[in-house]
Design a protein around this ligand. Structure first.
Ligand SMILES: Cc1cc2nc3c(=O)[nH]c(=O)nc-3n(C[C@H](O)[C@H](O)[C@H](O)COP(=O)(O)O)c2cc1C
Length: 181
């Protein structure tokens, strides 16, 4: 049976390239991994005060992560680091203390940017954020997708061949990584 993967997109933008990459990776992973986007846009900013009576959006998110066998993070870089919405999701999942939903879930990170740098700084900051919550992230291959406005076909619907090929091999490695756990 395919492993269930929670896909978290670090951009909340309607026309987000990262979301489009996520949707394409879901399509490319059919028959290999059961990937589904877990939404983070409606998660209130984390504070322990609110956790006395957790907002419904937090509870839903925590349950979705708990039910997943693995995690795929697909994110832009904001000011050379991790977007706030994504970091908030990490924090929400990590509490209440002792009930974190993250530990031991195998994960992988893809970053993309409209520049040629491919979100390299964010990619490594995302990795750092997942160290303390004990998520083993795949080391290789790494995925820094540059020039994200130019990687889709004319109609904007699908990825051009070279990026699709690279991400397919990334998915194959990720499938092997997830199977190890
Ligand atoms: C607040 C903000 C900060 C950004 N900082 C960076 C950055 O540090 N490095 C970078 O390559 N692109 C940066 N960008 C540009 C993003 O790469 C670009 O907006 C990209 O399309 C965002 O991903 P999305 O299409 O999935 O929303 C930034 C964009 C925003 C809105």
């Amino acid at each position: 049976m395919s492993k269930k993967i929670a896909v978290i997109v670090g951009s909340l933008r309607k026309e987000s390239y990262n979301r489009k990459i996520a949707e394409e990776m879901i399509r490319l992973s059919e028959g290999k991994l059961e990937m589904e986007i877990v939404e983070i846009a409606d998660l209130p900013l984390y504070t322990e005060d609110l956790d006395q009576e957790p907002p419904a959006a937090w509870t839903t998110f925590r349950e979705q992560i708990k039910g997943a066998d693995g995690l795929l993070i697909i994110s832009p870089e904001y000011n050379r680091t991790i977007p706030g919405a994504l970091k908030n999701a990490v924090d929400v999942g990590s509490r209440p203390y002792g009930s974190s939903v993250w530990p031991g879930k195998p994960g992988a990170v893809v970053t993309s940017s409209i520049s040629s740098l491919g979100g390299l700084a964010a990619n490594h900051h995302i990795r750092q954020a997942f160290v303390f919550v004990d998520v083993p992230l795949m080391q290789q291959p790494e995925a820094y997708i540059g020039n994200s406005a130019e990687i889709f076909t004319e109609d904007g619907r699908t990825l051009k061949e070279d990026t699709a090929k690279f991400l397919t091999s990334f998915i194959d490695s990720f499938q092997q990584w997830v199977e190890k756990f």
